[in-house]
Design a protein around this ligand. Structure first.
Ligand code: FAD
Length: 512
């Protein structure tokens, strides 16, 4: 059997038949099988937007050898009778537990939030009544922070390929569309994610893994550098190894770990707002037309040097999405974005943030605890401003000209908007950089100034990072690992899952 990779340029609304015909023509054969390797939208020239496909074709009638498959994750089965307690069921914690369970370890996940159906109901109630649930919200609960998201599965890290492939395969097995394997900007949408996390839980528990919801780890006991137990309100959980994967929003978990001697340092993170636009405006600006057959909704990724003091960039764009009240605690008012697989909503949204270091915000060398406290206080001021979870807003044009907003715009945000001088509510240095960056974005995307800025976006990355060894072990501890976004070494669904998988593989390796 011969094999060839061909590159095809296809119209956006191409059909499967058209694809087959093009392959047949390129390979001069009608007997073949094929697999898409990569698929990306080339929208550089508005008049000729098309898909670029790399297709692997196998046929008796063509020459060439199939390339060797890349490295894949080899999980040995050890049956070591070792217990691992994992805190957090987000991508990092869940995939660490999943891999360890597969390798024959005895694993237990403790998750402070609710299982996904109860969580979905809690979120729906919150968006209907404004009554916040500490166990069922956008940050905490089964599947972690990304369960109610756009489910973008992009990752900028080049060093996670076997882990990424394993993660994608398990996602597909759990119901994600096959295309996540080859799309350059893959996403699964919140509607698929709920099903995926449930199916993953089923696969995990069928292997013997255990997961307990609404169980918060409140403390740890440590003896001679060895963690002995994860302590919850009801009972302690002893184990041989402990992995914390609490995400970057669980402030009291950070505080508890720091008090127990886990060492952290501060690091740069980002602050800003969420920019919302009519999706039709973004489509017109990016494509020159309001819609294209075979493409869901236009995306953008923007970056600017701003005023030269802080880099300004867009982040986590949700085409056809919804801006969501992402409060992590009562009396904290922050926003984030999500969308469904169809990306069919009327609006697009994306974070528009400026990178900054906590030292600059606190005006001196900040300790990790001070950095967290500073951020938490800022998040609380947005709640104080609106006295609720309504999002403070102004238009992009208001922000640029510091003019008081007066007209409440149409929005996808479910809990209502309150006019606010956002440029005064965000630290001045950040606001100034955002202003320059936004002005730049207005030059790059036609009509960008017509958009609305909502609330505070403070969760694009963590302001602190654990001090850990290469294998993920917290420095000074024998058996305590910190994984995922909360460790400060990962950000996003894929890289957090990959970090959890790597730590699991390190534990397996040390027991082999
Ligand atoms: C609305 C929204 C949209 C997003 N969209 C995307 C996207 O499209 N693509 C993308 O790549 N990323 C997205 N992200 C970011 C992504 O979700 C995170 O980067 C990722 O989930 C981090 O994974 P993690 O496992 O490290 O932590 P998390 O997913 O945050 O999971 C941590 C879990 O630990 C639990 N926990 C914390 N402390 C304790 C404790 N003491 N005891 C017990 N349990 C505890 C929490 O309840 C939580 O479930 C989005 C985030 C949000 C909030």
């Amino acid at each position: 059997m011969g094999f060839r990779i061909i590159e095809l340029k296809l119209p956006t609304g191409y059909s499967e038949n058209e694809l087959k015909e093009r392959i047949a023509k390129e390979c001069r054969s009608r007997k073949f099988t094929w697999q898409i390797e990569t698929k990306s939208l080339d929208a550089r020239k508005k008049g000729s937007i098309h898909w670029l496909l790399r297709v692997g074709v196998s046929s008796q009638e063509i020459k060439g050898e199939e390339p060797e498959p890349g490295l894949s994750l080899e999980i040995p089965y050890l049956r070591k009778n070792k217990r691992v307690v994992i805190t957090g069921s987000g991508p990092a914690g869940f995939f660490a537990a999943y891999v360890l369970q597969k390798a024959g370890f005895d694993t237990l996940i403790l998750e402070r939030g609710a299982e996904v159906d109860k969580r979905a109901k809690g979120i729906a109630d919150f968006e209907h009544t404004g009554e916040f649930s500490p166990v069922a919200n956008y940050s905490f609960g089964e599947g972690g922070a990304g369960t109610f998201s756009d489910g973008k599965l992009t990752s900028r890290s080049k060093h996670i390929s076997p882990e990424r492939d394993f993660f994608l395969s398990e996602y597909i097995r759990a119901g994600a569309p096959e295309e996540i394997r080859y799309m350059t900007h893959p996403h699964v949408g919140s509607d698929n994610l709920k099903r995926i996390v449930k199916n993953l839980r089923k696969a995990y528990t069928e292997m013997g893994g255990e997961i307990r919801f609404e169980k918060t780890v409140l403390g740890i006991t440590v003896k001679d550098g060895k963690m002995m137990e994860a302590v919850t309100e009801e009972e302690p959980f002893p184990a041989d190894y402990f992995i914390f994967a609490p995400g970057h929003s669980s402030y009291e978990t950070y505080r508890m770990l720091i008090a127990a001697g886990v060492q952290f340092r501060t690091k740069g993170f980002a602050l800003g707002c969420r920019a919302e636009h009519l999706q039709s405006d973004i489509n017109r600006a990016q494509w020159g037309v309001e819609g294209l057959p075979g493409v869901k909704a236009a995306e953008y990724r923007l970056a600017s040097d701003g005023d030269g003091k802080h880099p300004v960039y867009s982040f986590c764009m949700c085409p056809g999405g919804i801006v969501v009240p992402a409060a992590t605690y009562r009396h904290i008012n922050i926003v984030n974005g999500m969308s469904f697989y169809g990306r069919g909503g009327e609006f697009s949204n994306a974070a528009c943030v400026a990178g900054i270091h906590p030292d600059e915000l606190t005006g001196r060398k900040a300790t990790p605890l001070e950095a967290l406290e500073w951020l938490e206080n800022l998040e609380a001021t947005f709640f104080d401003y609106s006295g609720s979870y309504r999002a403070p807003f102004c238009s992009i044009s208001d922000f640029l000209h510091e003019s008081e907003p007066h007209k409440v715009p149409e929005t996808s945000y479910p809990l209502g908007l309150v006019p606010a001088p956002l440029w005064n509510m965000i630290p001045k240095g950040v606001a100034d950089s955002l202003k320059s960056g936004l002005a730049d974005f207005c030059r790059k995307i036609k009509g960008y100034e017509k958009g609305t800025l909502l609330g505070l976006e403070s969760k694009t990355s963590s302001p602190v990072q654990v001090i850990r060894e290469k294998n993920g072990l917290c420095t000074g501890f024998d058996n305590l690992f910190l994984a995922g976004e909360g460790s400060g070494y990962a950000g996003g669904i894929v890289s957090s899952a990959a970090d959890g998988i790597k730590i699991a593989m390190n534990i397996i390796g040390s027991c082999g």
